[in-house]
Design a binder for this molecule. Structure first.
Ligand SMILES: Nc1ncnc2c1ncn2[C@@H]1O[C@H](COP(=O)(O)OP(=O)(O)OP(=O)(O)O)[C@@H](O)[C@H]1O
Ligand SMILES: [Mg+2]
Length: 585
């Protein structure tokens, strides 16, 4: 089909594209410019032509006196006979840009929901430069501009209605949006609200006498409970995070801390393969090679074994098989031991129940935040596992980091913290918390795995020597401690590094190879530095929560293990951040 054929298919092709010559086009644009200038005498209309077919008129209009000005942009395209009207948020420095991709993602999500209910146009973020704006919905009336015998006033009043309706939407949402993108904080939000209230009363009393105009100016407030959440986050992070909640706190917060995804499958389940030979694997099944273990994936035909009796149904599913690399290796044996411990149902002593904390936690042998393990008693040299769709967090993040929203990141961190709390409640220190040891399920739940380095506080073995993965390992690793000298705070340090990387997309410590020797020295002397600048880094996301999460990370990475945050407090802060994001974004 040739060009003419295509143009014929387009409706409105009765309007001929070459109906205006260059002079006429210029004159039409000039007239429009003058009319706009008359309509909005407070603003200055400037013209910049893109080419001799496309003209651009721009003029600022204040959305609210002294608070926000938006730049209106009318693009008149004589080639396509189209008019596009955009409005961009501006501040003293010009266009407001959202640089951080996390912030863009969060705000886009909000706008998507917002735009569903808007008829006059839609909010948008420019995906390249991050300008924030509003796209005014022009209907067919914009074609009237291109009619030969145009009644100028008809188009201008159409344009005016369009702009006024858009300003209404902008006014309703701009404070909330400015808040979301860190342009104003809660305090300023309140100040503006007061100020706008005053203006509203002025307008109302004016309009009473005139009986016209917009009388009920309103704007989208912050959800009430958002502030309560924020003040709780702030309170928890500010006050001695290393201390346990008080008994009274547990009474109040226990039910919140207790909530989790329910599961009734034990961390370790015994299975019986229909053919033991199925467990044999060779290189072709290898999916990953860890430091000490090989990880294979294979379809296995098996049955569950429960309380000694076989279940009737056999099933064939892809499972992961983990074996020691060295024949004399003991990582697999160790892993089975630890996971078996995590699967024990523990009944609390009455004296433990007097402990305000413990009564809120389950010791059921089931935890949805720990990877699912299977064992075959005949083959103690192999441990089997569920195969997780996204593999480990390091891979997942490398692939998805561009589209990973802050909520998802915090959701993942929260799952890890919940898993860690469960492990610690059982008296086990993981000793190797890092993104390669966190598996991610289809539903993006994090599952802690790799218990090959774990320390069981109630049963030390003699050859425990913790792994040493920089930058995750805590500085006490440099002190050559005995196994019984490590505390749960070792994992808290690693968790801090992990959370930091999830939030800020970089590691808090520079561990490039050339820095390795000096770094070890610094870790040893506890003079290591963390690459973090609150005033800059908090702006990568909603500043209120980034700020406190950032501080929590720093506290986790403290040199003194005794001063690192309590896991219950970490869980609560992450949970509150998630709820906050849900309510505000
Ligand atoms: N169940 C699973 N599903 C999907 N991928 C897995 C699974 N288990 C392990 N992997 C992948 O294999 C890698 C190594 O697993 P794992 O940490 O259990 O072995 P490891 O030899 O003890 O590791 P290392 O000694 O290097 O810490 C993981 O980081 C993950 O990418
Ligand atoms: Mg590992």
């Amino acid at each position: 089909m040739d060009e003419e054929g295509i143009t014929n298919l387009i409706p409105n092709s009765e309007i001929q594209q070459d109906q205006f010559n260059e002079d006429q086009r210029k004159e039409k644009v000039d007239q429009l410019k003058q009319s706009i200038q008359e309509k909005y005498p407070q603003s200055f209309v400037s013209q910049s032509d893109i080419n001799d077919q496309i003209y651009l008129l721009t003029f600022p209009l204040e959305i609210h006196v002294g608070i926000l000005t938006t730049q209106f942009e009318i693009e008149i395209d004589f080639q396509q006979l189209k008019i596009q009207i955009l409005s961009y948020f501006t501040n003293n420095n010009g266009l407001i840009l959202i640089q951080s991709k996390i912030l863009r993602l969060s705000v886009s999500r909000y706008m998507l929901r917002l735009n569903n209910n808007l008829r006059v146009g839609s909010f948008f973020i420019n995906p390249v430069f991050g300008q924030l704006g509003f796209n005014l919905q022009c209907n067919n009336s914009d074609q009237s501009f291109f009619k030969q015998n145009l009644y100028e006033s008809e188009f201008i009043s159409y344009l005016d209605i369009l702009i006024m309706t858009a300003i209404h939407s902008l006014r309703f949402h701009f404070m909330r949006i400015l808040f979301m993108i860190n342009q104003i904080n809660i305090k300023l939000f309140k100040v503006f609200e007061n100020y706008m209230d005053k203006i509203r009363y002025q307008e109302e009393s004016e309009s009473k006498s005139k009986k016209i105009g917009e009388s009920n100016m309103s704007w989208r407030k912050l959800p009430k409970d958002a502030e309560i959440l924020l003040s709780r986050i702030k309170k928890v992070v500010k006050n001695d995070m290393h201390l346990e909640f008080s008994g009274k706190d547990y009474e109040e917060l226990g039910p919140i801390l207790q909530k989790q995804v329910t599961t009734d499958t034990k961390c370790l389940i015994q299975i019986k393969p229909v053919e033991l030979n199925d467990l044999e694997v060779d290189k072709s099944f290898l999916i990953s090679e860890g430091g000490f273990c090989n990880i294979y994936s294979k379809d296995i035909f098996y049955q569950f074994v429960r309380e000694g009796q076989k279940q009737m149904q056999s099933q064939k599913r892809p499972l992961v098989i983990k074996t020691d690399k060295q024949p004399q290796g003991d990582k697999v044996k160790k892993e089975i031991e630890i996971v078996a411990k995590l699967s024990e149902v523990q009944t609390l002593d009455p004296k433990d129940l007097a402990n305000n904390r413990l009564k809120y936690f389950k010791f059921s042998g089931c935890c949805p935040y720990i990877a699912q393990f299977y064992c075959v008693p005949e083959r103690p040299d192999k441990v089997l596992m569920e195969r997780y769709y996204h593999s480990s967090l390091d891979f997942f993040k490398a692939k998805q980091s561009e589209v990973l929203s802050l909520s998802t990141r915090i959701f993942i961190a929260h799952s890890i913290a919940m898993g860690l709390r469960y492990i610690h409640n059982y008296g086990i220190i993981h000793m190797d918390i890092k993104s390669a040891n966190i598996l991610i399920s289809k539903t993006l739940m994090a599952k802690i795995t790799d218990f090959g380095e774990a320390i069981n506080k109630s049963k030390y073995s003699d050859k425990e020597k913790p792994g040493k993965t920089l930058p995750f390992c805590a500085p006490e690793i440099q002190q050559k401690l005995e196994a019984n000298q490590y505390t749960f705070a070792y994992d808290i340090y690693s968790f801090g590094v992990l959370l930091f990387e999830l939030l800020f997309d970089r590691f808090p410590i520079d561990f490039r190879r050339q820095n390795l020797k000096p770094l070890e020295e610094k870790l040893h002397k506890l003079t290591y530095a963390i690459r973090y600048d609150e005033s800059v880094d908090k702006l990568l996301g909603p500043q209120v929560i980034m700020k406190y999460l950032g501080r929590m990370c720093l506290q986790c990475m403290q040199p003194d293990p005794a001063l690192r945050p309590n896991i219950d407090k970490i869980v609560l802060v992450l949970k509150d951040c998630l709820t906050y994001l849900d309510k505000v974004y």
